[in-house]
Design a protein around this ligand. Structure first.
Ligand code: EPU
Length: 337
């Protein structure tokens, strides 16, 4: 395991932002990770952790040791008539794991196809799309405590999952490194295809809502609508959809009858931030190489050489305008470093 100096991070973050790490190392096992955490470099340098690099905005150089999780492997640890339980290395690519689940003919993550990032990052922000969230299939999350170097495991109920949130974004933030995630996938297929445009697309293609057809339809919807990070740098949704109370929603509805909101718990409505941003006139906006995507206003993009600071400045201008127009605070979903 080598520690490298002065490493360019452009190819390691999906925003394609140029930034350098003073020191950089990859670990592919728990043993390597513990060795890195014990390294004497860390007595004077700060530690930074990188997963798939698809949910971060680098606004400065990394002044310390950046370690990348490359723990691989998908292992079936239990199987019965109803379920398949798989233990997956945190450094596995998320979409590759979804593809694997389709090959095994098990359900639970098919609607989460093509979400960029790593398996270890999935529970951190409880990734979700098209009516499915990863929390519904996560059985356990295994991690190493950075201070004590102890191995620990949390069961689903201890992860405090919520919309784009978990214990890993709160109490355990910067304190642990996820090494493995255990998933419980279902032999009985969820057939979750009523959300948004999935049913419409299946009908157009004259296809039945089978596991494989739903998976392929999601890929086709995402490919059409969302920019490919390999072509245009981006980090998926930049903001979370804000949650407001019913009375505020009803007032807004009087002024903006086409506002989009979904019931989200008692007396709460989740507003489509993409709609708010589009309505405020930002969709397709560019400022140098930073911009708001032309098909999905929730996605900020780096057309070529935007800096992290330029994307951050744009995001702040958007937040300010949404607050002024709708009196709603929208918060970033991506981690800003
Ligand atoms: N909308 C607009 N204008 C826009 C974008 C969206 O009016 O520019 C409207 C759409 O027409 C739709 C509604 O807003 O009626 C919701 O849009 P969409 O279905 O695209 O979903 P979203 O709420 O914008 C969320 C996730 C996405 C996920 C989609 C699909 C968040 C923050 N984002 O987006 O996740 O793919 O649902 O389920 O919850 C991600 O997290 O990186 C991500 C891409």
């Amino acid at each position: 395991m080598k520690i490298l100096n002065n490493i360019q991070l452009k190819s390691l973050n999906s925003f394609n932002i140029s930034s350098y790490a003073k020191y950089f190392a990859e670990f592919s096992s728990e043993i390597d990770l513990v060795a890195l955490l014990k390294h004497n470099l860390l007595s004077k340098e700060k530690l930074f952790i990188l997963g798939g690099g698809s949910n971060i905005l680098l606004t400065k150089n990394i002044d310390g040791l950046l370690i990348k999780n490359a723990i691989k492997g998908i292992k079936i640890i239990e199987e019965n008539d109803n379920h398949l339980i798989a233990e997956v290395g945190a450094g596995e690519n998320w979409h590759d794991f979804v593809k694997w689940s389709i090959k095994q003919n098990v359900s639970g993550i098919e609607n989460l196809a093509l979400i960029p990032g790593s398996v270890g990052a999935a529970p951190i922000q409880n990734i979700g799309a098209y009516g499915m969230e990863v929390k519904d299939t996560v059985e356990k999350v295994c991690y190493i405590d950075i201070q004590s170097l102890e191995k620990r495991t949390l069961i689903n109920s201890e992860c405090k999952f919520n919309y784009r949130n978990s214990i890993f974004k709160n109490d355990l933030k910067n304190k642990i490194i996820i090494t493995k995630v255990v998933f419980k996938l279902n032999k009985k297929h969820a057939n979750n295809y009523k959300y948004g445009v999935i049913e419409e697309e299946l009908n157009i293609a004259n296809q039945k809502p089978t596991l494989e057809n739903i998976f392929n339809t999601i890929i086709s919807i995402r490919t059409k609508k969302l920019p490919d990070p390999k072509v245009i740098g981006n980090s998926g949704s930049f903001f979370k959809n804000p949650i407001i109370n019913n009375s505020k929603f009803n007032n807004l509805k009087k002024k903006y009858p086409d506002i989009i909101g979904y019931t989200s718990g008692k007396n709460q409505i989740k507003i489509a931030a993409g709609w708010l941003i589009e309505k405020a006139g930002w969709k397709g906006y560019t400022c140098g190489d930073a911009g708001v995507h032309k098909n999905q206003a929730l996605v900020l993009v780096n057309y070529e050489n935007a800096s992290g600071k330029e994307i951050l400045d744009l995001s702040k201008r958007i937040q300010k305008s949404i607050l002024e127009k709708f009196e709603i605070i929208i918060l970033p979903e991506v981690n800003i470093i």
